[in-house]
Structures are given as C-alpha cells and as structure tokens.
Design a protein around this ligand. Structure first.
Ligand SMILES: Cc1cc2nc3c(=O)[nH]c(=O)nc-3n(C[C@H](O)[C@H](O)[C@H](O)COP(=O)(O)OP(=O)(O)OC[C@H]3O[C@@H](n4cnc5c(N)ncnc54)[C@H](O)[C@@H]3O)c2cc1C
Length: 414
C-alpha cells in the first residue's frame, strides 16, 4: 500500500475509507451564541453539548474536522489514565481523585448514550482496559493503585496473570471500558451540530480573538461575533500572550502507532507504565482484524520517526506475529506540568473566552468532562471540577524551571 512519507494523524487507520462531508469556508460576517475554535473531539463535543442545551454555535476548523490528534488517537475510552489514582490522591487529595475518576467514568456512559441517540457509526465496543508492568518491584504499587481506585468507586481489580505475551508481573484491570473510532464519532457529532442556526466551517484558520461582552473571532476571510468563545485547538492560536502562557503551562509530546493485520487472540486494551513497553489495542476495521502497537513518545523535534515506527513494527511482529504494518502514524498531545487538564478562562482576566487543553493523551474522556465544565460555566453553573482544572492554578513564572526540567526528562525517556 502506498503511504505518504510523512506520518501524520490523518493517515491513520481511523481515517481510512471514512467519509467526511465538506463544510464551507467562513466568509463575511455572522453571529452565534458561542464560537468554538478547533474541529477535533474537544471542539465538536462542546459544540454538541451547547447546541443540545439551546445555544447556537459555530465551529471553526483550520483544515478538515477530525484530522488532528483525534484522528491519530489509539481509541481507548477509559477512566484508567495510567497509574493515575494513587498519584492524584497523594497530590490533590482523595476528594479530587474521586471527582476525577467518577466524571471520567460517567463520560464513557454519556459518550455511549450520544452515539446511540445520534446513531453514530463509530465501532463503539465495550472492552476491559489494563495497565501492566513486567517489573517485580512495581507489583506493590499496582496493588495500591487497584485498592485506591476501588476505594474511589471505580471498577478496578489487581490481577497477576495477563493475556499478553510478556512476563507480566502485575496488572490493574478497569472493567467495561470501551474503544471506538474517534474520527468517525466526530464526523457524526458534526452532522448533528451543523444546521438550525449552528455552523461548521472548514479551511477557516482563526487568526484573531477579541474578548468583551461580545467577542469577535476572525479568519482571513470572515468574522464571527459571539457571546462566548471556546478554544479547543490545543495551544491557543491567539492572542499572542495566551499562546505564550499556555506554552509555559503545558508541553507537547509526540507518539507513534503502527497498525498491522492480526490473526486475533487478544481482546482487551493494554498500556504499560514501564518505559519502552507499548500500548496495545486489537481493533476490527472493515471486517479485518488489526493490532495497534503504540508508544515511543518524545518531545516533538527530537525523535526520528522512521526509527521509532520500525521499533514498534518489530515489537508487533515479534509479540503478536503480525504482518508488515499497513498503517503508521504519529500524533501530538499536550501535558500540563502538574498532569491535570487545563479548562476554564483563557486568562484570569478573560471575560468570555475559555480554553480546554492539556489532555495528557487521555482526551477521549477528558474532552467530554472538559466540555461539560465549559457548558456549565457558560450557563453560570459551577461544575465541581472547575476549581481543580482551573488553568491558572499554574503560574507562568513558577512553571519555567519545571517545564524545562520536564522537557529534559522526557527527552531521555522512551
Ligand atoms: C498517539 C496518541 C494516542 C492517543 N490515544 C488515546 C487514547 O487511547 N485514549 C484517549 O483518551 N486519548 C488518547 N490520546 C489523546 C487524545 O487523542 C487527544 O487528547 C484528543 O484527540 C485531542 O483532541 P482535540 O480536539 O483537543 O485536538 P485535535 O483533534 O488536534 O483538534 C484540534 C483542532 O484544532 C484545529 N486548529 C488548530 N489551530 C486552529 C486555528 N488557529 N483555527 C482553527 N482551527 C485550529 C486543528 O486543525 C485540529 O483539527 C492519544 C494521543 C496521542 C498523541
């Protein structure tokens, strides 16, 4: 199969044979209640929730919808975001860890309901999710993670044996999680958002955003006025000061995935907390079985894509007896330096501009939770996670050394 030499998200298996209608480019002037910048899962989810709640919305996407990180995702819809619950409880307290877990768990059910209500064909499948380790020294930490997650009311258990062909010493299972084609889901949401006074615009790159009681968002060809603006483009494109602020609050990380035909055997989703071990997901696509093997994360600009993809392909062939990879791609996501999402006012002084970013490679549920927070905020309701996720809990000055340290550390990890 002929693949372009650059491995972008939009070359992923998820976009293979996915029909995407074309949306127009913004031209001239328009008025809606809420302008959303970015046509990935975050932008379309918040636009959908707002329209359901009675607002008119316009989504502005600089290229095509569902072509960014959302198309390059693995596709695991889970409240198990690595070994996160012991860390959250220790850093932010049990109450915060419980809120984080419950809202992400609820996100799975709510996404499922939206898919069913809107009849979105996106291969939604319920499966279990696991984190695994091959280190004997990690087993106790895994036991602790399972008991913490159970204490928080999450569907967790510790297991010693695994379906994986590795010498796994322990794993934490989260039961009844899900996988899906997030790009197809976004295309389905866009179909519902567009129309009745709401719009999707493609090839409409936002250049300027002006705050006020009425906000103005401009592209080269057009302008939209709205009472509120939500920035769902990862790093804010404008104003310049916001770009700078968020470049200090969060750092980017690139990861890779190879998808190869697979005879079958494995059924669940797996990710390791051990450096160098991959993320694993068996999927079905167009009636064929594929194995996704992902990982090899690094700070953008510091890694050799071909080398990293070859390494993943070798692992896939060695452990899962797969053919040569049919799809190879890379995608980028942002991580806040304290590991929590950044959701709320763009700047502390912003009147009506909001942001959601810092999804830490777990944006499929996190974007849903973040969308609920921003929908509630726009309706004047205080969401119980809004303080924990408030972006300006971080300080640009304080984050300077921490960001530099994190980037250096990440550079040397796999
Ligand atoms: C390799 C990898 C695997 C992952 N696997 C998982 C997983 O299994 N489970 C999970 O929960 N999460 C996973 N994630 C994370 C998840 O995929 C992301 O958090 C999520 O897709 C981000 O969605 P988004 O809408 O914020 O970004 P995007 O999908 O990138 O959308 C942002 C959009 O904004 C547009 N944009 C940018 N600038 C402008 C502008 N100026 N004007 C207009 N539009 C603009 C872009 O073109 C883009 O389409 C993974 C991430 C990576 C990198």
């Amino acid at each position: 199969m002929n693949k372009p030499s650059s491995y972008y998200s939009y070359n992923s298996l998820w976009n293979d044979q996915l029909f995407k209608p074309d949306y127009p480019q913004l031209k001239g002037e328009l008025e809606v209640d809420v302008v959303v910048v970015g046509g990935g899962i975050a932008g379309l989810t918040v636009a959908y929730l707002l329209k359901q709640a009675g607002k008119t919305v316009a989504v502005l996407e600089k290229s095509k919808i569902a072509n960014g990180t959302t198309a390059g995702t693995t596709g695991k819809v889970t409240s198990q975001h690595g070994q996160v619950y012991s860390q959250l409880a220790q850093k932010f307290g049990i109450k915060s860890a419980r809120l984080y877990g419950q809202h992400n768990e609820n996100a799975i059910t709510n996404i499922e309901s939206m898919i069913s209500k809107e009849k979105i064909d996106c291969q939604w499948t319920r499966v279990d999710n696991y984190i695994y380790t091959c280190k004997p020294s990690e087993v106790q930490a895994y036991r602790d993670e399972a008991s913490m997650a159970t204490k928080l009311g999450l569907p967790a258990s510790f297991e010693k044996t695994s379906e994986l062909p590795y010498d796994v010493t322990g794993q934490v299972k989260f039961a009844n999680q899900a996988r899906f084609n997030a790009a197809a889901y976004v295309v389905g949401l866009a179909r519902v958002v567009d129309g009745s006074g709401s719009y999707i615009f493609e090839h409409s790159e936002v250049k300027h955003v002006r705050d006020g009681t009425s906000c103005t968002v401009s592209t080269k060809q057009g302008t939209i006025n709205g009472q509120h603006v939500i920035i769902a483009s990862k790093i804010p494109p404008a104003p310049l000061l916001a770009r700078f602020t968020y470049a200090l609050y969060e750092y980017p990380t690139t990861s890779y995935i190879v998808a190869s035909k697979y005879a079958g055997g494995l059924k669940d989703m797996h990710i390791s907390t051990d450096a160098g071990l991959p993320s694993i997901l068996p999927v079905e696509h167009n009636g064929k079985k594929y194995m996704f093997v992902g990982g090899q994360s690094h700070i953008p600009g510091l890694g050799n894509a071909d080398k990293r993809l070859s390494k993943l392909e070798e692992m896939s062939q060695k452990y899962f007896s797969t053919d040569k990879a049919e799809f190879k791609w890379k995608a980028m996501d942002y991580i806040a330096y304290d590991d929590l999402p950044l959701v709320g006012k763009l700047q502390p002084w912003s009147k009506n501009i909001y942001v959601m970013t810092g999804f830490k490679k777990w944006g499929l549920t996190t974007s849903y939770v973040s969308s609920e927070i921003l929908r509630d905020t726009i309706f004047g309701i205080v969401h119980e996670l809004s303080t924990l996720y408030y972006p300006h809990r971080l300080s640009t000055i304080k984050s300077l050394p921490r960001t530099a340290y994190t980037m250096a550390k990440k550079k040397f990890s796999s």
